[in-house]
Design a protein. Structure first.
Length: 273
């Protein structure tokens, strides 16, 4: 239990006191930003993320964002369903909720697909439209009804991916408890960034795809100074796939890169409305 509480504290360090802001950045000016989904029905996703999970729709110029404490969900309309992240390097992402029994009752009443975890009734997988997999577990001590918690990678080389996020983004390396492992407790390798835990489990598929083109298309980290961040990454030999540009009609700047295992990453500046 002590390790469980420590994991929550690390993952929620600097959690936003309200829905209106991201957490404070780390020593290099980086924090959790958003998860970007490729979806066939934007309105269905809004009903899920806003109506059932409690997010808030906000706008930053032309951009629509669904706001949660510590992170945003962004939706991009696609004509054909994107494949789920079953074989992708990033398999799913997760939230904690304050009132798990009430949340479960609401999701069941709405007919949400729920996958229970056999050993822990306080933890489930939800499936959003387009088979987007979301892990949720209850934490009554949470200061908000819901909060961003983790991004779950299935990595072929765990030590290497841990080092990459430490070197690239200033993550704090460590471990976190397996929430589902009640009968055989164990720790999972992880890195912590402000607002999110990066969880690294052993790859379970023979071939791991990049995230681009899947329903969870990419993850986003928000930075204080994007031009300086990009210069720093390039100076360390990290390739930038798409250079810094301004989103028309907004103060948001974006750039894109990929980690060596194919996680497509968007860096943003000024994402908070």
């Amino acid at each position: 239990m002590t390790r469980f509480i420590a994991f929550l504290a690390a993952a929620l360090l600097g959690a936003a006191p309200a829905f209106a802001q991201l957490v404070e950045p780390n020593q290099i000016g980086l924090r959790m930003g958003h998860v970007h989904l490729a979806v066939t029905d934007v309105e269905a996703h809004k009903r899920f993320w806003i109506g059932l999970l409690g997010g808030t729709l906000v706008r930053n110029g032309p951009l629509e964002l669904i706001q949660f404490p510590g992170a945003y969900i962004m939706l991009r309309k696609v004509d054909a369903p994107a494949p789920p992240n079953t074989t992708a390097i990033v398999n799913h992402f997760g939230f904690t909720v304050k009132d798990m029994p009430a949340s479960l009752a609401r999701w069941r009443a709405a007919g949400v697909k729920i996958e229970p975890l056999p050993e822990n009734p306080n933890e489930v997988y939800l499936y959003a439209p387009d088979d987007v997999k979301v892990e949720v577990y209850g934490e009554p001590a949470l200061s908000t009804p819901i909060s961003m918690n983790h991004i779950h990678y299935y990595a072929p080389d765990i030590p290497a991916i841990k080092r990459w996020y430490v070197n690239a983004f200033g993550a704090n390396p460590g471990q976190r408890p397996c929430i589902a492992c009640i009968s055989k407790p164990r720790m999972i390798e992880a890195d912590d960034l402000p607002g999110v835990n990066l969880t690294f489990a052993a790859a379970t598929a023979p071939v791991i795809d990049g995230t681009r083109g899947h329903s969870l298309d990419h993850v986003g980290f928000d930075v204080i100074n994007l031009e300086e961040m990009v210069k720093s990454l390039e100076a360390r030999g990290i390739h930038i796939d798409a250079p810094v540009r301004q989103v028309p009609g907004s103060r948001v700047k974006v750039a894109f890169l990929s980690d060596p295992w194919g996680t497509y990453i968007e860096l943003t500046e000024g994402l908070t409305p």
